[in-house]
Design a protein around this ligand. Structure first.
Ligand code: ATP
Ligand code: MG
Length: 389
């Protein structure tokens, strides 16, 4: 049974991805109830209803499941158990099974490697018997021996984002202290690779098994946080094709029903493999925000469509786009000079309604639309510069 406009949809999470989902849902005539423990947030502030409770609160989950025709999530760290409980009451997308894999770097790497998708050489680092010595720590390497991985990045397996929970290490002694710094929580140690560039693909897969990939984004990071996305990515047609195919295959292997983003590393010519999967996110992604202004259907509208069992929208895009993230650092001298963004007729400003502008916090973004990536990038950088001073 399809869920039609007018119905109440549920959303786990109060952040900006949820806000953009809520806006897409509301513009199509749906209503939204947000479950989020925080008093206020970007999505709970605009939803019809806010259930203020823990994600594992049984009463709140039952209430949400009874009030809503379908429930989705805006972040992967939602307890998979909550999705399982909700699935007893209403449609849930994505399912607990795909979120479980995507929220845990160890399971994610094992899933990708087991299904033949290229990943960065890595080792699983976890404490056996609460040991405090590295040589007693259980190491599973794939496929390299540990010393071959250095220099490397230690990444905590759960709850890392925007480069948080990541430390660069060059030898076993540094690894040991970095691991202690992570409270000896399970981690993945990844070889630090020389990257040519980074790209990502957002795909949408419905309950009808139909799948649609958006154009490939080229992503530039600063201090581990996405800074700029350039679309279409400035890589060869073969890489574009390959990235979209891999992203679709991952969604299918995971039996994912929802929006999924696959982040890739593009390696220099001569590397054994040109594309490696960095990580996956079982939801709309920051690198897909350009779809709001540049594509026929946004990644958030796809999320609504999938949840409601209606056909996927077109992912077609005309021209080029560049998206620039606005981090809290920009507010250090007070409110940024928005006229620098707003004076351009083909630039779209998005602010998430967050009250406190902390450094590194994603406060908003803008998207520059142009005929070519060069033109979009040039204007995007000019605006960035003018906002900074
Ligand atoms: P987010 O959730 O915001 O995507 P994250 O905290 O999950 O971030 P990763 O995607 O693992 O972080 O890494 C963030 C960035 O750090 C990557 O996009 C890349 O620029 C760099 N990076 C991560 N791992 C490696 C690696 N093995 N080799 C080279 N660079 C890396
Ligand atoms: Mg990432």
């Amino acid at each position: 049974m399809n869920i039609m406009p007018g119905a109440m949809l549920g959303l786990l999470g109060g952040g900006q991805l949820g806000r953009m989902f809520t806006m897409a849902a509301q513009s199509m005539g749906y209503r939204v109830t947000v479950l989020d423990p925080a008093d206020e947030g970007p999505s709970s502030g605009i939803a019809e209803r806010h259930l203020r409770a823990d994600y594992l609160d049984g009463d709140a989950l039952r209430e949400l499941g009874a009030a809503c025709a379908g429930v989705t999530t805006e972040f992967e760290n939602v307890p998979a158990e909550s999705l399982r409980i909700l699935a007893e009451h209403c449609v849930v997308s994505p399912a607990a099974s795909s979120v479980t894999v995507a929220q845990n770097r160890i399971l994610e790497k094992q899933f990708l490697a087991a299904n033949g998708f290229g990943v960065v050489p890595y080792a699983v680092i976890q404490n056996s018997r609460n040991s405090h010595k590295l040589d007693e720590v259980l190491l599973q390497t794939h496929p390299e021996r540990l010393p071959d991985l250095f220099p490397a990045i230690l990444k905590v397996s759960r709850f890392g984002y925007d480069g948080k929970g990541q430390v660069r290490v060059t030898n076993a002694t540094e690894l040991d202290s970095a691991f202690t710094g992570m409270n000896r929580e399970p981690c993945v140690l990844e070889q630090l690779l020389q990257l040519e560039s980074e790209v990502s693909v957002v795909v949408a897969r419905g309950f009808d098994d139909k799948v649609a990939a958006f154009p490939v984004a080229e992503n530039q990071h600063r201090h581990g946080i996405l800074d700029i996305s350039i679309i279409p990515a400035r890589v060869s047609p073969a890489i574009i094709e390959n990235a979209r195919e891999i992203a679709i295959q991952i969604a299918e292997k995971l039996d994912h029903r929802g929006v999924l983003c696959v982040e890739f590393f593009v390696l220099p010519d001569g590397a054994p493999s040109k594309l490696l999967v960095n990580e996956i996110a079982p939801r709309p992604h920051n690198s897909g925000h350009y779809t709001i202004d540049a594509c026929v259907t946004s990644q958030f509208e796809q999320q609504v469509r999938i949840l409601c069992g209606v056909p996927l929208g077109s992912t077609a895009m005309r021209g080029a786009a560049v998206m620039v993230n606005l981090l809290g650092d920009l507010w250090q001298q007070g409110e940024p000079r928005w006229e620098q963004v707003l004076r351009h007729p083909s630039v779209k400003l998005h602010l998430y309604g967050k009250l406190a502008a902390r450094p590194g916090r994603k406060m908003g973004h803008y998207t520059v639309l142009a005929e070519t990536t060069e033109a979009a990038l040039q204007l995007a950088l000019e605006i960035k510069q003018s906002l900074a001073c």
